[in-house]
Design a protein. Structure first.
Length: 266
Protein backbone atom coordinates (compact mmCIF):
# COMPACT_ATOMS: atom_id res chain seq x y z
CA UNK A 1 0.00 0.00 0.00
CA UNK A 2 1.32 3.45 -0.86
CA UNK A 3 1.59 5.52 2.30
CA UNK A 4 0.16 9.05 2.42
CA UNK A 5 2.53 11.98 2.13
CA UNK A 6 2.31 15.59 3.20
CA UNK A 7 2.93 17.32 -0.11
CA UNK A 8 1.29 20.70 0.35
CA UNK A 9 0.34 23.30 2.91
CA UNK A 10 -3.29 22.19 3.05
CA UNK A 11 -2.33 18.62 3.89
CA UNK A 12 0.07 19.75 6.61
CA UNK A 13 -2.44 22.08 8.22
CA UNK A 14 -5.07 19.35 8.15
CA UNK A 15 -2.95 17.27 10.51
CA UNK A 16 -2.92 19.99 13.19
CA UNK A 17 -6.10 21.56 14.56
CA UNK A 18 -5.54 24.68 16.71
CA UNK A 19 -8.92 25.63 18.22
CA UNK A 20 -7.45 28.68 19.97
CA UNK A 21 -4.33 30.00 18.18
CA UNK A 22 -1.93 31.89 20.44
CA UNK A 23 0.36 34.47 18.86
CA UNK A 24 3.31 33.94 21.20
CA UNK A 25 2.62 30.83 23.30
CA UNK A 26 4.65 30.04 26.39
CA UNK A 27 4.22 26.35 25.58
CA UNK A 28 2.46 24.10 23.08
CA UNK A 29 0.69 20.93 24.08
CA UNK A 30 0.03 18.31 21.41
CA UNK A 31 -2.92 15.96 22.04
CA UNK A 32 -3.08 12.65 20.14
CA UNK A 33 -6.35 10.74 19.79
CA UNK A 34 -7.27 7.07 20.18
CA UNK A 35 -7.77 4.39 17.52
CA UNK A 36 -10.99 4.87 15.52
CA UNK A 37 -11.24 8.40 16.91
CA UNK A 38 -10.30 11.90 15.86
CA UNK A 39 -9.21 15.22 17.35
CA UNK A 40 -12.82 15.71 18.47
CA UNK A 41 -12.05 13.47 21.47
CA UNK A 42 -10.32 16.52 22.97
CA UNK A 43 -12.75 19.15 21.75
CA UNK A 44 -13.70 20.26 25.27
CA UNK A 45 -10.15 20.31 26.66
CA UNK A 46 -8.86 23.57 25.15
CA UNK A 47 -10.76 25.95 27.41
CA UNK A 48 -9.20 24.41 30.51
CA UNK A 49 -5.55 25.03 29.55
CA UNK A 50 -3.73 28.25 30.50
CA UNK A 51 -4.46 31.12 28.12
CA UNK A 52 -0.81 31.41 27.07
CA UNK A 53 -0.53 27.72 26.09
CA UNK A 54 -1.39 26.78 22.53
CA UNK A 55 -3.35 23.54 22.24
CA UNK A 56 -2.65 21.53 19.09
CA UNK A 57 -4.98 18.60 18.34
CA UNK A 58 -3.27 16.15 16.00
CA UNK A 59 -5.37 14.36 13.38
CA UNK A 60 -4.36 11.08 11.77
CA UNK A 61 -5.05 10.67 8.02
CA UNK A 62 -8.38 9.23 6.97
CA UNK A 63 -10.57 11.67 8.90
CA UNK A 64 -11.35 15.39 9.13
CA UNK A 65 -9.58 17.53 6.56
CA UNK A 66 -7.41 14.52 5.74
CA UNK A 67 -10.37 12.28 4.98
CA UNK A 68 -9.13 11.92 1.40
CA UNK A 69 -5.68 10.69 2.54
CA UNK A 70 -5.35 6.91 3.05
CA UNK A 71 -4.89 6.08 6.74
CA UNK A 72 -1.60 4.70 7.99
CA UNK A 73 -1.42 1.10 9.11
CA UNK A 74 1.89 1.26 11.00
CA UNK A 75 2.88 3.28 14.06
CA UNK A 76 6.27 4.51 12.91
CA UNK A 77 4.87 5.78 9.63
CA UNK A 78 2.01 7.59 11.37
CA UNK A 79 4.34 9.16 13.94
CA UNK A 80 6.65 10.34 11.17
CA UNK A 81 3.72 11.83 9.27
CA UNK A 82 2.56 13.82 12.30
CA UNK A 83 6.09 14.88 13.14
CA UNK A 84 6.52 16.32 9.64
CA UNK A 85 3.35 18.32 10.23
CA UNK A 86 4.49 19.85 13.53
CA UNK A 87 8.20 20.45 12.91
CA UNK A 88 7.66 24.19 12.44
CA UNK A 89 5.81 24.33 15.78
CA UNK A 90 8.73 23.08 17.87
CA UNK A 91 10.21 26.55 18.32
CA UNK A 92 9.27 26.72 22.01
CA UNK A 93 8.74 24.25 24.88
CA UNK A 94 6.14 21.59 24.10
CA UNK A 95 4.48 18.61 25.74
CA UNK A 96 2.89 15.47 24.30
CA UNK A 97 -0.25 13.75 25.62
CA UNK A 98 -1.76 10.71 23.94
CA UNK A 99 -4.73 8.51 24.74
CA UNK A 100 -4.60 4.79 23.87
CA UNK A 101 -3.27 4.60 20.27
CA UNK A 102 -2.36 8.26 20.67
CA UNK A 103 -0.06 7.38 23.59
CA UNK A 104 1.82 4.88 21.46
CA UNK A 105 2.16 7.46 18.68
CA UNK A 106 3.32 10.09 21.19
CA UNK A 107 6.00 7.64 22.39
CA UNK A 108 7.06 6.96 18.80
CA UNK A 109 7.08 10.68 18.02
CA UNK A 110 9.37 11.36 20.99
CA UNK A 111 11.74 8.64 19.78
CA UNK A 112 11.80 10.06 16.25
CA UNK A 113 12.45 13.57 17.56
CA UNK A 114 15.57 12.18 19.24
CA UNK A 115 16.53 10.28 16.07
CA UNK A 116 16.32 13.47 14.00
CA UNK A 117 18.15 15.63 16.53
CA UNK A 118 15.08 17.84 16.97
CA UNK A 119 13.92 19.42 20.24
CA UNK A 120 12.41 16.87 22.62
CA UNK A 121 9.23 17.33 24.67
CA UNK A 122 9.46 18.67 28.19
CA UNK A 123 6.91 16.03 29.29
CA UNK A 124 5.08 12.98 27.98
CA UNK A 125 1.59 12.06 29.18
CA UNK A 126 0.43 8.50 28.53
CA UNK A 127 -3.24 7.61 28.87
CA UNK A 128 -4.83 4.14 28.82
CA UNK A 129 -2.08 2.41 26.84
CA UNK A 130 -0.03 -0.69 27.58
CA UNK A 131 3.71 -0.18 28.02
CA UNK A 132 5.71 -0.45 24.78
CA UNK A 133 8.92 -1.98 26.10
CA UNK A 134 7.96 -5.61 25.59
CA UNK A 135 5.65 -7.27 23.11
CA UNK A 136 2.40 -8.23 24.83
CA UNK A 137 0.83 -11.42 23.41
CA UNK A 138 -2.57 -10.75 21.91
CA UNK A 139 -5.65 -12.32 23.41
CA UNK A 140 -7.22 -13.98 20.38
CA UNK A 141 -7.48 -12.64 16.84
CA UNK A 142 -6.32 -9.03 16.30
CA UNK A 143 -9.18 -6.56 16.12
CA UNK A 144 -8.17 -5.24 12.72
CA UNK A 145 -8.64 -8.75 11.26
CA UNK A 146 -11.99 -9.55 12.88
CA UNK A 147 -15.08 -10.11 10.73
CA UNK A 148 -17.29 -7.06 10.50
CA UNK A 149 -19.89 -8.02 13.10
CA UNK A 150 -17.29 -9.07 15.67
CA UNK A 151 -15.30 -5.89 15.20
CA UNK A 152 -18.35 -3.71 15.68
CA UNK A 153 -19.33 -5.64 18.80
CA UNK A 154 -15.82 -5.26 20.24
CA UNK A 155 -15.89 -1.50 19.61
CA UNK A 156 -19.26 -1.27 21.31
CA UNK A 157 -17.86 -2.90 24.45
CA UNK A 158 -14.79 -0.66 24.37
CA UNK A 159 -16.62 2.65 23.95
CA UNK A 160 -15.35 5.75 22.22
CA UNK A 161 -17.46 5.43 19.06
CA UNK A 162 -21.05 6.63 18.72
CA UNK A 163 -23.44 3.67 18.99
CA UNK A 164 -25.29 5.01 15.95
CA UNK A 165 -22.20 4.47 13.79
CA UNK A 166 -21.85 0.87 14.92
CA UNK A 167 -25.55 0.12 14.44
CA UNK A 168 -26.00 1.63 10.97
CA UNK A 169 -24.48 -0.25 8.01
CA UNK A 170 -24.16 2.86 5.84
CA UNK A 171 -22.49 4.91 8.58
CA UNK A 172 -20.19 2.04 9.49
CA UNK A 173 -19.06 1.78 5.87
CA UNK A 174 -17.75 5.34 6.11
CA UNK A 175 -15.62 4.50 9.16
CA UNK A 176 -14.51 0.91 8.65
CA UNK A 177 -11.32 1.52 6.67
CA UNK A 178 -9.88 3.98 9.17
CA UNK A 179 -10.96 1.82 12.12
CA UNK A 180 -9.16 -1.24 10.78
CA UNK A 181 -6.10 0.84 9.85
CA UNK A 182 -5.90 2.38 13.33
CA UNK A 183 -6.04 -0.97 15.07
CA UNK A 184 -3.42 -2.27 12.67
CA UNK A 185 -1.21 0.62 13.85
CA UNK A 186 -1.49 -0.65 17.42
CA UNK A 187 -1.51 -4.39 16.80
CA UNK A 188 1.39 -4.62 14.34
CA UNK A 189 3.77 -2.39 16.32
CA UNK A 190 6.87 -4.09 17.75
CA UNK A 191 9.19 -2.65 20.43
CA UNK A 192 12.36 -0.84 19.44
CA UNK A 193 15.57 -2.69 20.27
CA UNK A 194 18.68 -1.28 21.91
CA UNK A 195 17.52 2.26 22.70
CA UNK A 196 16.50 4.21 25.83
CA UNK A 197 12.90 3.82 26.87
CA UNK A 198 11.48 7.21 27.94
CA UNK A 199 14.04 9.96 28.59
CA UNK A 200 11.67 12.83 29.37
CA UNK A 201 9.42 13.20 32.44
CA UNK A 202 6.55 10.71 32.13
CA UNK A 203 3.10 10.72 33.74
CA UNK A 204 0.45 8.01 33.49
CA UNK A 205 -3.32 8.49 33.30
CA UNK A 206 -6.06 5.89 33.30
CA UNK A 207 -9.42 4.63 34.50
CA UNK A 208 -9.58 2.43 37.56
CA UNK A 209 -11.96 0.05 35.77
CA UNK A 210 -10.35 -0.02 32.32
CA UNK A 211 -11.07 -3.45 30.79
CA UNK A 212 -9.08 -2.68 27.62
CA UNK A 213 -5.73 -1.88 29.24
CA UNK A 214 -5.34 -3.56 32.64
CA UNK A 215 -3.71 -1.49 35.35
CA UNK A 216 -0.54 -3.58 35.47
CA UNK A 217 0.08 -2.97 31.76
CA UNK A 218 -0.34 0.78 32.24
CA UNK A 219 1.91 0.80 35.31
CA UNK A 220 4.66 -1.04 33.41
CA UNK A 221 5.51 2.26 31.66
CA UNK A 222 7.21 3.35 34.89
CA UNK A 223 9.78 0.54 34.52
CA UNK A 224 11.34 2.25 31.50
CA UNK A 225 10.99 5.87 32.56
CA UNK A 226 14.13 7.78 33.50
CA UNK A 227 11.98 10.44 35.19
CA UNK A 228 8.66 8.98 36.36
CA UNK A 229 6.34 11.83 37.31
CA UNK A 230 3.50 9.78 38.78
CA UNK A 231 0.26 7.99 37.98
CA UNK A 232 -3.24 9.45 38.04
CA UNK A 233 -6.27 7.15 38.13
CA UNK A 234 -9.87 8.30 37.72
CA UNK A 235 -13.18 6.50 38.22
CA UNK A 236 -14.22 4.81 34.98
CA UNK A 237 -13.13 2.69 32.07
CA UNK A 238 -11.04 3.18 28.95
CA UNK A 239 -12.56 6.62 28.30
CA UNK A 240 -12.40 7.75 31.92
CA UNK A 241 -11.88 11.41 30.89
CA UNK A 242 -15.35 11.84 29.38
CA UNK A 243 -17.18 14.41 31.48
CA UNK A 244 -14.12 15.37 33.52
CA UNK A 245 -11.91 17.27 31.06
CA UNK A 246 -11.38 20.04 33.62
CA UNK A 247 -9.88 17.71 36.24
CA UNK A 248 -7.69 15.80 33.79
CA UNK A 249 -6.39 18.97 32.13
CA UNK A 250 -5.64 20.49 35.55
CA UNK A 251 -3.47 17.47 36.33
CA UNK A 252 -1.73 17.68 32.95
CA UNK A 253 -0.96 21.35 33.57
CA UNK A 254 0.37 20.61 37.05
CA UNK A 255 2.65 17.83 35.80
CA UNK A 256 3.98 19.88 32.89
CA UNK A 257 4.75 22.81 35.16
CA UNK A 258 6.47 20.50 37.62
CA UNK A 259 8.57 19.09 34.76
CA UNK A 260 9.53 22.63 33.82
CA UNK A 261 10.47 23.40 37.40
CA UNK A 262 7.73 25.99 37.77
CA UNK A 263 5.01 26.40 40.39
CA UNK A 264 2.08 24.04 39.81
CA UNK A 265 -0.65 26.59 40.59
CA UNK A 266 -2.59 27.88 37.57
Amino acid sequence: MTQPTLTDTAARSGAVVRPRPVADPALRVFLLHHAAGSHLAFNDWTEHFPADWEVCLLEAPGRGQLGHVPPYRDARGLAGHLLDAVTDLLDRPFALFGHSMGALIAYETAAQLADRGLPEPVWLGVSACEAPYDAVPGDGRPLHLLPDAQLRAALGRMGGMPPAVLADDDLWALFERRVRADFSVVETWVPRAGRPDVRVPLSLFGGDRDQVVPLDQLEAWADGAEHFAGQHLYPGGHFYFEGRADAVVAQVVEDVRTALGRPASR
